[in-house]
Design a protein around this ligand. Structure first.
Ligand code: SF4
Ligand code: SF4
Length: 291
């Protein structure tokens, strides 16, 4: 490996990007390297975009603590982020981009290919099959190792064992499976960076805010298009819904409205996929479904 490798993880709250960065750093340290891991959180919660970072050095102390602007490696845990965030921003020419996607390698390359190696794996399917939950962090560690060799695959297993306890075996299996299934494309000579336009949210100026509040309407996100952020959304079963309105009462985004028929429906544009409505619906009428 190079003297110092800088890595940026993109995921959503709840997908385990921060845990992945920590596990990678622990593994590197066990191999005798020097490593650091740190997250960058905004004020948001589950479903919101999250960034985490690693610096791994062969043997030199790492003094830098700042966020990484020009990474050697970028890992994307959520395929939905490709359309809303420039995940490859600052990625060095000749670097590596590792993406969780159910799509073919060539299709992902058409969207986000550039002067870097591209590695693709359907980590969500692997996690659902093996862990029974779409938590892709350990599968993506396997994909990262396959694409970069930053640490040895076997070295990951002890930190996984210590972190996940009785769930370690299935996480190691997901890691191994993703390592096996990851497909890699080398950069084509002269490849250009993709020229994509990403959505920009319009934030209100302070003059537009209501006095005493930090948002333009009731609820924390009615003013912003936070629906872009989610990986799951609530689906209601009318047969079970008794129109009590508890889901709307507890929705932290204030994005559930009553329809003319009296049912309560989430506005996908603002729903952040936190799953609180499903937990609060006491008739079991709401289920969270992957977007
Ligand atoms: S809490 Fe459940 S039963 Fe009540 S309105 Fe919402 S979906 Fe219907
Ligand atoms: S509709 Fe449900 S999942 Fe969406 S933000 Fe509201 S409580 Fe969360």
């Amino acid at each position: 490996m190079d003297e110092l490798v800088e890595i940026r993880w993109h995921g959503r709250g709840g997908q385990g990007a921060v845990t992945s960065a920590e596990l990678l750093a622990l593994t590197a340290i066990r191999e005798g390297k020097v490593a650091q891991a740190f997250p960058s959180f905004g004020p948001e919660r589950r479903g919101a975009p999250v960034i985490a970072f690693n610096r791994i050095s062969k043997d030199k102390p790492i003094r830098a603590r700042a966020a990484i602007a020009e990474p050697d490696i970028v890992i994307v845990l959520d395929p939905g982020l490709l359309g809303i965030i420039d995940v490859a921003h600052g990625l060095k020419d000749g670097g590596t981009l590792v993406v969780n996607s159910p799509r073919e390698l060539s299709a992902v390359n058409s969207e986000i290919g550039g002067p870097w190696r591209l590695a693709v794996v359907d980590a969500t399917r692997i996690a659902r099959d093996i862990l029974k939950r779409p938590i892709v962090n350990t599968a993506m560690l396997g994909a990262l190792v396959k694409a970069t060799g930053i640490v040895n695959l076997e070295s990951l297993f002890q930190p996984l064992q210590e972190r996940f306890g009785r769930l370690a075996e299935s996480n190691i299996k997901a890691c191994r499976e993703a390592h096996k299934e990851t497909l890699i494309m080398e950069p084509t000579p002269g490849a250009k960076r993709p020229e994509k336009v990403y959505p920009v949210e319009k934030w209100p100026s302070w003059k537009e805010l209501n006095i005493g509040f930090v948002v333009t309407e009731v609820g924390s996100a009615r003013g912003y298009q936070t629906g872009y952020w989610k990986s799951e959304h609530p689906v209601r079963d009318n047969e079970r819904c008794i129109k009590c309105g508890m889901c709307a009462l507890f929705c932290p985004e204030d994005c559930i409205r009553q329809t003319e028929e009296g049912y309560f429906e989430a506005d996908d544009f603002y729903c952040k996929g936190c799953g609180i409505c499903a937990r609060e619906c006491w008739t079991g009428a709401v289920t969270m479904v992957e977007v």
